[in-house]
Ligand binder design. Sequence first.
Ligand code: MG
Length: 382
Amino acid sequence: MKIARIRLFTLRQALRHSFETSSHRKSGIEHVLVEVTDADGRTGWGEIASPSDPYFGAETTATAWEIATRYLVPALLGAEGDEPSDLERTWARVRGHEFAKAGFSGAVWDLYARANGIALATALGGTRDEVVAGVSLGIEPSIDELLAQVQLQRDAGYPRVKLKIAPGWDVEPVRAVRAAHPDLDLHVDANGAYPDDDEAAAVFARLDREGLTMIEQPYAPRELVAHAELQARLDTDVCLDESVVALGDLRAMIRLRAARILNIKVSRMGGLQVAKNAHDLALDAGIPVWCGGMHEFGVGRAANVALSALPGFLLPSDVSGSDKYYESDIIEPPVVAASGRVRVPTAPGIGHRVRVARIEHEASRVFDSAAAGVRDAALSAG
Ligand code: MG
């Protein structure tokens, strides 16, 4: 594979149901799609799934665009390699900016799998032909509305429901959902919203009695010691998300016993190679993993499905059907969940056709290495 051309597209899609976490509320999602083309004309697609604003992590859509056009494109363009890792190495000296790198990683892995006529799941070492999908529900305006959403997702067949929690929206909604669904696989995610203090400790002690599958990221990302102390006090498993950006973070988590479950996000960790390495390390340490999502469009969603086919993904992943979030997807067919299960595609690459014409038509910003310039649709339309 020799990378001959790279295009980037900023695309926005409206969410069918607005989504609120401990830090913010959103009604639409803007991601950057990455297309790489090799010297033989074969293409691969990846997705930079950074949130628009720096509330999940430090990156934004704008910083990802800047890093992509200024550093990642020049590093990858013209590079040659037999394996995806050969191409991922070209941007290794760029520190941080994991979401931006993950979009390029997805594109080179898709290209590699397509070039070899194999499914992305096979290229990654996947062993399953279907994965169990869970859904994630945001903070709703009222407990009644939350209960209605939980019922809707259970009726759709999802076996696991995750609730976003935040100070002031925790024990009461969780108890209400638990009372209505005593047998539900239920877990909560705080996105690091709690301070390490007595009041928060009391909240977690009460949540510990609700039979939750896990409490995800209760404290801020760098509070590994606080997470270890909490895990020692709780019967419920703690799961880390934002805390684990690199393999070194995962080694610290394991050594400190800061959590018993890992959420692997391809975007947060900088791509499919490091996500696969994190999976292998967790599997060796007896830590079950699952794949978290960033409201990916179809390109990133399909890659998450492929990754979730690896043997250590023992818990339901956030790979619900495209229709939970979007009216229509940028891939065909869309990702479909039936009774809470998603088939792992067997066609080459991500296993879905990318709707390139639609992406070209709807993109608000385009970069093309062949034109060596940036078209800003918003400005040129002015
Ligand atoms: Mg999370």
